[in-house]
Design a protein around this ligand. Structure first.
Ligand SMILES: Cc1cc2nc3c(=O)[nH]c(=O)nc-3n(C[C@H](O)[C@H](O)[C@H](O)COP(=O)(O)OP(=O)(O)OC[C@H]3O[C@@H](n4cnc5c(N)ncnc54)[C@H](O)[C@@H]3O)c2cc1C
Length: 418
């Protein structure tokens, strides 16, 4: 079914697991209130949130838990989206844009509560983000962003802070710092959430692919290889892979992005490891650190290409990322112990697709396209629980699955307001 590789190269996060919990495959008929299709970060966050809300659920994963995009995720958790608050306000109006940012901010905090509720260390650490002006001309729009963030009560400071190193400051003299962000280890975090959900009663199945879905009265009937699930609500948490519903208008714009992890203990002493760095250029270069002193850097997004080129592209992009890093810390050279590429999906209007499909009541999309997939997964879980309780979430109209003209990532259309 899956025609493209979700990631390629050597991944870092799976190496941080001392063992991988396993789950059986479905070999029977299961009846439940909510069926979650997909055992990545999104499925994991939905499963844990449903378990906390005492809502019966089954999660099915066609391969292994957290082995798809989640394993390639670099784990930056930011309330700021790829589209600035000020740019989003120009497109959809300041009120809706601020509501979207406020709920993203809350989602980062909700993730911290989930992190605290699991016994494993999922690598969740509070962090600040250093958002740098890539070119002198970008400083004006970054300043406007800072002013809008402050006006609406988001914690942000202007200026490149002390303690980032003189080479870094010379390259990026203008920057804004946002507070309230975090980093995590996506594989440990997703596994921790799913194990916790399973302990709380969510039935989890691996190596179980949903091959078709149909309606029977109030029920969805999901056919899996080996079994069947009857559920009142189905959550599509299939990431960038084709869904189970065939609904048009929710496919991501796919690009390929690159990332690396340096050797341990290679963070320059002049860098503040509580900061995560990104920039205004698109695609952007970014980096964060890990508890064992590695730097995880990424960027260089490009059009999807055939990954069967003998690894040449990955090597060339890894060298380029290392050179970018080296230029920020003169006199230091970095080596990549792990380097990988991954498919990366964006929506044409920069907003995730979350909510019930208008033509298929009960089918809930949790498709967090964009650089903030983890924050959007948390938003999706909160919106799902609100929906199941019969409440109307303030973002329901804005994020519901919608037809957006696919004009390519560079030329995004204005969003049609609900
Ligand atoms: C290099 C890279 C860096 C990234 N960095 C960040 C970052 O810093 N911060 C961030 O928030 N996001 C980041 N992302 C995005 C992030 O990886 C994704 O948003 C997120 O992991 C998606 O999780 P998911 O659960 O939605 O998808 P996935 O992890 O892809 O999980 C979907 C699962 O659904 C399963 N599935 C699909 N179809 C079926 C079916 N029919 N039946 C059963 N199971 C099915 C798949 O096997 C898969 O395991 C990055 C992505 C890449 C590639």
């Amino acid at each position: 079914m899956n025609e493209f590789k979700l990631h390629d190269g050597s991944l870092y996060w799976p190496k941080t697991m001392s063992f991988f919990p396993t789950y059986p495959s479905l070999r029977e008929r299961a009846m439940t209130q909510v069926a979650i299709v997909g055992g990545g970060m999104t499925g994991a966050i939905c499963a844990a949130t449903l378990a906390e809300a005492d809502i019966p659920a089954v999660l099915v994963e066609e391969k292994r838990v957290a082995c798809a995009s989640t394993a390639a995720n670099t784990g930056l958790i930011q309330y700021s989206s790829d589209i600035m608050l000020s740019e989003l306000a120009d497109r959809i109006g300041e009120k809706d844009a601020v509501a979207f940012y406020a709920h993203s901010y809350k989602a980062v905090n909700d993730l911290s509560l989930l992190a605290a509720a699991i016994p494993q260390d999922g690598g969740y650490r509070a962090r600040a983000s250093l958002y740098c002006a890539s070119e002198t001309g970008d400083a004006t729009k970054l300043r406007r962003e800072y002013e809008m963030l402050r006006r609406h009560g988001f914690a942000a400071d202007w200026g490149s802070p002390a303690g980032v190193g003189p080479g870094f400051k010379a390259r990026y003299p203008e920057a804004l710092v946002t507070h309230g962000d975090a980093e995590l280890n996506p594989v440990r975090f997703a596994h921790g959430l799913i194990a916790q959900a399973a302990r709380s009663g969510v039935r989890v199945f691996e190596h179980t692919s949903v091959t078709s879905m149909r309606r029977r009265g109030d029920w969805f009937v999901l056919t899996c290889d080996g079994g069947e699930i009857l559920a009142h609500t189905v959550v599509r948490a299939t990431g960038y892979l084709p869904g189970v519903d065939g609904a048009a208008g929710s496919e991501p714009l796919l690009r390929r992005t690159f990332a690396l992890a340096t050797r341990p203990d290679s963070v320059p002493s002049e860098w503040r490891p509580d900061l995560m760095m990104w920039e205004t250029a698109r695609p952007y270069f970014y980096f964060r650190t890990t508890p064992d002193g590695r730097i995880i850097a990424g960027g260089l997004d490009e059009a999807m290409r055939d990954s069967a080129d003998g690894g040449w592209t990955l090597q060339a992009r890894t060298d380029k990322l290392l050179a970018e890093l080296g230029a920020l810390f003169p006199g230091r050279s970095f080596e990549a112990e792990y380097a990988w590429s991954g498919a990366f999906g964006e929506s044409p209007d920069d907003l995730p697709f979350i909510g019930e499909h208008p033509e298929m009541p009960g089918l809930f999309h949790a498709l967090g396209y964009g650089g903030n997939g983890t924050v959007y997964a948390m938003l999706a879980a909160s919106m799902l629980v609100a929906r199941l309780r019969g409440e109307i979430h303030p973002l329901a109209g804005l994020l519901r699955p919608r037809q957006v003209a696919n004009q390519g990532a560079k030329d995004k259309p204005a969003i049609r307001k609900a």
